[in-house]
Design a protein around this ligand. Structure first.
Ligand code: KG4
Ligand code: ZN
Length: 309
C-alpha cells in the first residue's frame, strides 16, 4: 500500500491506496472553513491548521502502517508554508518506516484524479481549472506532461473567489456563485469575453473581474444576475480558448480537472463543445475535483511502479 499526503492549500488530506488494484483503502480530508470570513486563504492560519489536522487524520490509519511500501506527498506548486507541513510528515514517515518518499507535482496529481481506482488512459489533453491555475496540458504518460497554455493573471477559480468576496459572500466563491447564478439572468449584464483579439491560446481573468467589480458597485443587491452574467462569460472564455485548441490540434481525449471542474454549468457547456468536435470528454468524480490525497497517491503509484520494475 502507498500512503499519500496533500497540504498544498486549505485541505488536509491523507489517502492509502492499494498499489496493485489501485483501490482506495483509506481517504480522509479536512477542509479548513476558517478562511471563509477572510475571502481567501490566509497562509499562516492554513499552516497552523494543517499542523493540527494532519496528525489527527494520520492517527486514523495507523493500522495500515506495517503494509506501507512508499509515501507520496505534494511538494509543489502551492503555499510554501502549508506544503512544508505535508512534506515534514512525509519525510518523517519515510525515515521511520524506511520506505521511499515520492514527491508529487500538484497539477499533475489533478490530472490523475480521473484515474482514482482505475487504470490510466493516456495520452489525453487536460484543462486544469483551480484556485491557483487555469491551463491546458498534454499528458503523454505520468512523467511526460506538457504545459500548452496558461493564464497570465488570475485563474478561473480565483475569479469566482474574488467576485464572491466583492459581493460580501464567503470563500471558496465557486460553489456560492454557481448556486446564485442558477436563479439569475445570465444576459442581464454584458461583460465581454477576455482576449477576444488574441490569436494564440491563453487565459486572463483580471479584466472580467474588474468589469464585474464595476457592476457590483452600481448594483449591489443584484447578486443573482451578476453571478449568472459573470459565470457565463468566465465559462465562455474557457470554451473559446479550448475551441481554438481543438481546431488547431488532433484531439481525441480531453479532461477538465481541478477544484473548479465541479462546476456543473461549465461541465454542461464543455460536453456540448466536445460533442461538436467529436472529442471524448471526462470529468473527475465530484468528490475528487478539489484537492485530495487520493489523486496524489494515484500518481505516486505510477512513479513507484517505475522505480520497482
Ligand atoms: O483545486 P482546488 O481545490 O485548489 C487549488 O489547487 O487551487 O481548487 C479550488 C478552487 C477555488 O478557487 C474554488 O472557488 C474553485 O476551485 N471552485 C469552483 C467551484 N467549486 C470550487 N469554481 C467554480 N465553480 C465551482 N462549482
Ligand atoms: Zn488543486
Amino acid at each position: 500500500m502507498l500512503l499519500s499526503i496533500e497540504s498544498s492549500c486549505d485541505d488536509s488530506s491523507i489517502a492509502i491506496t492499494d498499489i496493485e488494484t489501485k483501490k482506495l483503502i483509506f481517504h480522509e480530508k479536512i477542509t479548513q472553513n476558517e478562511h471563509s470570513d477572510f475571502g481567501g486563504v490566509i497562509p499562516e492560519l492554513a499552516s497552523r491548521l494543517h499542523a493540527k489536522d494532519l496528525p489527527n487524520i494520520l492517527a486514523n490509519c495507523k493500522e495500515f502502517f506495517p503494509k506501507l511500501k512508499a509515501i507520496g506527498v505534494t511538494s509543489s506548486p502551492g503555499l510554501s508554508v502549508t506544503l512544508l507541513e505535508g512534506i515534514m510528515m512525509a519525510e518523517t514517515l519515510s525515515a521511520i518506516l524506511e520506505i521511499p518518499l515520492i514527491k508529487i507535482n500538484h497539477l499533475h496529481a489533478h490530472i490523475f484524479s480521473l484515474f482514482i481506482e482505475k487504470d490510466s488512459v493516456l495520452p489525453s489533453s487536460a484543462l486544469l481549472i483551480s484556485g491557483g491555475h487555469t491551463a491546458i496540458f498534454e499528458a503523454f504518460s505520468y512523467n511526460d506532461i506538457r504545459l500548452i497554455a496558461s493564464s497570465g493573471d488570475d485563474s478561473f477559480g480565483e475569479s469566482f473567489d474574488k467576485v464572491s468576496k466583492m459581493m460580501g459572500l464567503g470563500y471558496p466563491g465557486g460553489p456560492i456563485i454557481e448556486k446564485l447564478a442558477k436563479k439569475g439572468d445570465e444576459d442581464k449584464y454584458k461583460f465581454s469575453i477576455p482576449l477576444l483579439q488574441k490569436k494564440d491560446i491563453s487565459f486572463s481573468y483580471s479584466g472580467l473581474k474588474n468589469a464585474t467589480r464595476l457592476a457590483i458597485e452600481k448594483n449591489e443587491n443584484d447578486k443573482e444576475n451578476i453571478s449568472a452574467s459573470f459565470q457565463k462569460i468566465a465559462t465562455a472564455h474557457l470554451l473559446r480558448e479550448c475551441k481554438k485548441y481543438f481546431q488547431r490540434n488532433e484531439v481525441s481525449n480531453f479532461m477538465v480537472v481541478g477544484g473548479a471542474s465541479a462546476n456543473l454549468y461549465m461541465r454542461d457547456k464543455f460536453t456540448t463543445l466536445c460533442a461538436e468536435f467529436n472529442v471524448k470528454i471526462q470529468f473527475p468524480k465530484l468528490e475528487f475535483c478539489s484537492d485530495n490525497g487520493a489523486m496524489v497517491g494515484r500518481l505516486a503509484i505510477e512513479y513507484f511502479k517505475d522505480m520497482n520494475e
